[in-house]
Design a protein around this ligand. Structure first.
Ligand code: F6P
Length: 550
């Protein structure tokens, strides 16, 4: 039984640095980036940090040196260093689930030792990685055959949330490195369209399903997995022998895997100390490994590990995740901003914003502190975005001239993987231009000087002063992706630590799941059920039942 595990957290708003930041905010809130840059010609070189091959330009933020000093002081007062150590050393910092939080162990080198409940987990991690590699090689080489002896050409990952978003994002991000002779599909939604479309052109004899679920009880995943089983059996005249050749599982729950009918020898294990949204480097990454091969997968892990070590050891002043986390907190809690736009100028990262949505918002979308009292400040902003330059022709209007202040993270790579004429120079000129336009805008004088008629001038002004970070890396490699994802993981950790919340549970997703379970029979029952919901829900249920003619 779980003991009462609230933590005694000193109230954030009572911290000296927080109080100093509150006063400081009043002094700097009207500062203009134009002035800050004019007063300090070195600002764009000074306010940068570089580590493990990632370059962070944070100079276009609404901060002074004093702001940064106070934010760093806040991190220290909140015990960020100790919390990092607590996480890396396997302490059960996920107190509401009584679990360690050890995604960093998933990318630790073989010789590392990380103890959970008296056991070094690193050998287990490497044993699973080796098993994944062996399996991936067999599938990729064609040695692993389907039920009729055909080689596997299609891989369908069935999972949702952390068991889907990481795999999809990584597959898209690393497509350049993937085996193009194979087809990868991802089924997550309970909506039958998702499964139907994913398999409509696939030959069951050449298709491998990976059922990815930490719990192996998630409604969407189990429903889709059963549908996949039926689809396969229908092709093989109901021969259940075929399951062994076409289904593998990734889970922490061997019992449920066996119940589903997958031999646990074909299960790739992970552990309760891996949170779903932090699991792409666990066996949940099996589809990634099948796509890019074990060697590239290990290179990706190396990238994660380099950023992990940077986060753990670098002084906060030059610590990329700490700086990014603190800047997000500065806007969220002092400027009252509610969103962060993540704007990768890299087509392969098109699913990166969607991945970050879960990472950041399921982690820090909380209102209770670790000691169970309600926060009196804002926590996670909304993370969203689209790859550049597509976003420019859609929602950037609001970023430039809207009434909301939205800090932006621009992400770009010096080299493209697909050089084609002038494309990359034009792409990069756009990312630099957008950050410049947001920060410095266009004054009345500039607009007038262009000969704009007076009545049109107000519409064409860009007030500027809109903050952004720019993250540059050399080239999108598996290693670079690892560094980038770990950068955001640890930025989210930094924010959650200072807010004094548990970034590793997700109780907020439970209520809807329970209510849906109650409503399912009310939609399916042949006999009109007595409905005990509110009048709106009752009416929606009746309308659906009447229309479908139940
Ligand atoms: O409903 C939220 C959630 O629990 C996520 O945290 C998780 O990533 C997802 O569901 C999937 O869970 P599982 O891997 O157990 O199927």
């Amino acid at each position: 039984m779980m003991t009462n595990r609230t933590e005694n957290i000193f109230p954030l708003t009572e911290r000296n640095a927080w109080k100093a930041l509150t006063v400081h905010y009043e002094q700097v809130r009207r500062l203009q980036l134009r002035t800050l840059f004019a007063d300090d010609p070195q600002r764009g070189e000074r306010m940068t940090a570089e580590a493990v091959g990632l370059y962070l330009d944070y100079s276009k933020n609404l901060v002074t040196d004093e702001t940064l000093t106070l934010l760093l002081q806040l991190a220290r007062e909140c015990g960020l260093r100790q919390r990092i150590e607590a996480m890396f050393s396997g302490e059960k910092i996920n107190i509401t689930e009584d679990r360690a939080v050890l995604h960093v162990a998933l990318r630790a080198p073989k010789e590392a030792s990380i103890i959970v409940d008296g056991v070094n987990v690193v050998p287990q991690v490497h044993a699973v990685l080796d098993k994944m590699a062996h399996f991936s090689e067999r599938v990729r080489s064609g040695e692993w055959k389907g039920h009729t002896g055909k080689r596997i050409r299609n891989v369908v990952n069935i999972g949702i949330g952390g068991s889907d978003l990481g795999p999809v994002m990584a597959y898209e991000a690393l497509k350049y490195y993937s085996d193009r002779a194979m087809i990868f599909r991802f089924v997550s939604n309970i909506d039958s369209t998702d499964f139907t479309e994913a398999v409509h052109d696939l030959d069951p004899a050449e298709t491998l399903f990976i059922v990815s679920s930490k719990t192996f009880t998630t409604l969407e995943t189990m429903t889709n997995a059963h549908t996949a089983r039926e689809w396969l059996l229908a092709a093989f005249g109901g021969d259940t022998q075929s399951i062994a050749k076409h289904f593998v599982a990734v889970s922490t729950n061997a019992e449920e895997v066996a119940k589903f009918g997958i031999d646990t020898a074909q299960m790739f294990e992970f552990w309760d100390w891996v949170g779903g949204r932090y699991s792409m480097t666990s066996a949940i990454g099996l589809s990634t490994m099948l796509a890019i091969g074990p060697a590239n997968f290990r290179i990706m892990l190396r990238g994660f590990h380099q950023m992990d070590e940077h986060f753990r050891t670098a002084p906060f002043e030059s610590n990329l995740p700490v700086l990014m986390g603190l800047l997000t907190l500065w806007y969220t809690d002092f400027f009252g901003t509610q969103a962060v736009a993540v704007l990768p100028y890299e087509q392969y990262l098109k699913r990166f914003p969607a991945y970050l949505q879960q990472l950041a918002m399921e982690s820090n979308g909380k209102q209770m502190t670790l000691n169970g009292s309600r926060v009196s400040y804002n926590t996670s902003p909304i993370y969203w975005g689209e790859p550049g330059t597509n976003g420019q022709h859609s929602f950037y209007q609001l970023l430039h001239q809207g009434t909301s202040l939205i800090p932006c993270d621009f992400i770009a790579f010096i080299e493209t993987l697909n050089p084609l004429g002038r494309h990359h120079d034009i792409l990069l000129s756009n990312v630099f231009a957008q950050a410049e336009a947001l920060a410095f805008g266009k004054t009345v004088e500039q607009v007038k000087a262009e000969g704009t008629p007076d009545w049109l001038v107000p519409h064409r002004i860009f007030e500027g002063n809109r903050p952004s970070n720019t993250i540059l890396a050399e080239r999108l490699t598996p290693e670079a992706l690892g560094k980038l994802v770990a950068l955001y993981e640890h930025s989210v950790f930094t924010q959650g630590t200072i807010w004094g919340i548990n970034s590793f549970d997700q109780w907020g997703v439970e209520l809807g799941k329970v209510l849906a379970q109650r409503i399912i029979p009310e939609l399916e029952n042949k006999i009109e059920p007595a409905l005990g919901h509110d009048s709106s829900t009752n009416q929606l249920i009746r309308r659906y039942r009447n229309s479908k003619g139940t």
